[in-house]
Design a protein around this ligand. Structure first.
Ligand code: ADP
Ligand code: MG
Length: 233
């Protein structure tokens, strides 16, 4: 059973994103603070101390995850539109993720067709594909293959990201990009795809996703390219 869905028009609520995210960060920080307070008590048994410290560590890690999904490489208020060499930018993102991929026995296979440039904010482009590729790697807990390809046709650039992971049901596919929607329990934030949709939309791009449980997932991104006559390369 193959599921297809186009969702370039999701997310009118991007404006609320900043507020929502600071809320998401504040919760674990407040929790951590509470346990730091408890740790200050005298005569706390060693075992309790250890327990509190591990809770604090978890809460801080969860705050950090929110920041990673949302802002690792981006400065949301500063938007600079540049001409992006897609092959070069994707390779940079892949290099960042190589250690994680290796750890998870995921082989990354690229095939970049000669492409022109697209326009966008470099850091946001990185953030977008970092989130997509990270999800792909996380969908293959027992290893697999991650294909990243580009195709160039007329005035359109296509970026294909395909994994051999767990796949998604139609329900999961429909909820993709919904704030805080995650199937990863405490390890997920459900913010990654929301950020992806908002960045792609801002770049006048579109996302198509096909998935099959137990087989894998393909994300197809299309972006308008900069007219050839304007190409410096
Ligand atoms: P998170 O990764 O924190 O769970 P995301 O917004 O990045 O949040 O992703 C939301 C959900 O979409 C994931 O929890 C997962 O269920 C699903 N998902 C995203 N990408 C994939 C993929 N490549 N394969 C399978 N499921 C995916
Ligand atoms: Mg994610």
């Amino acid at each position: 059973l193959r599921q297809t869905l186009i969702k370039s028009e999701k997310l009118q609520a991007v404006e609320q994103m900043g507020a929502a995210i600071s809320h998401e960060i504040r919760n674990p920080l407040t929790a951590a603070m509470g346990f730091v307070q408890l740790l200050k008590e005298n005569n706390l048994p060693r075992l309790k101390q250890k327990e509190y410290l591990s809770i604090i560590k978890e809460e801080l890690a969860s705050a950090e995850q929110v920041i990673q999904d949302y802002l690792t490489f981006s400065k949301p208020s500063l938007e600079t539109i540049e001409r992006l060499n897609v092959k070069q930018e994707l390779n940079q993102v892949i290099n960042i993720l190589k250690p994680t991929a290796n750890q998870n026995s995921v082989e990354i296979i690229t095939n970049f067709e000669m492409v022109g440039s697209i326009e966008g904010d470099r850091q946001k482009f990185h953030q977008c594909f970092l989130n997509v590729l990270k999800n792909a790697i996380e969908s293959m807990p027992r290893g697999g293959q991650l294909f990243v390809e580009t195709q160039y046709h007329k005035s359109q650039l296509t970026i294909l990201v395909r994994d051999t992971g767990v796949g998604m049901t139609i329900d999961q596919l429909e909820r993709l990009g919904e704030p805080y929607y995650s199937t990863k329990g405490s390890k997920g934030t459900g913010l990654g795809m929301m950020v992806v949709y908002s960045i792609v939309k801002a770049m006048n791009g579109a996302i198509l996703c096909e998935s099959e449980i137990g087989v894998g997932t393909v994300f197809k991104f299309t972006f308008p390219t900069v007219p050839l006559s304007n190409n410096i390369v």
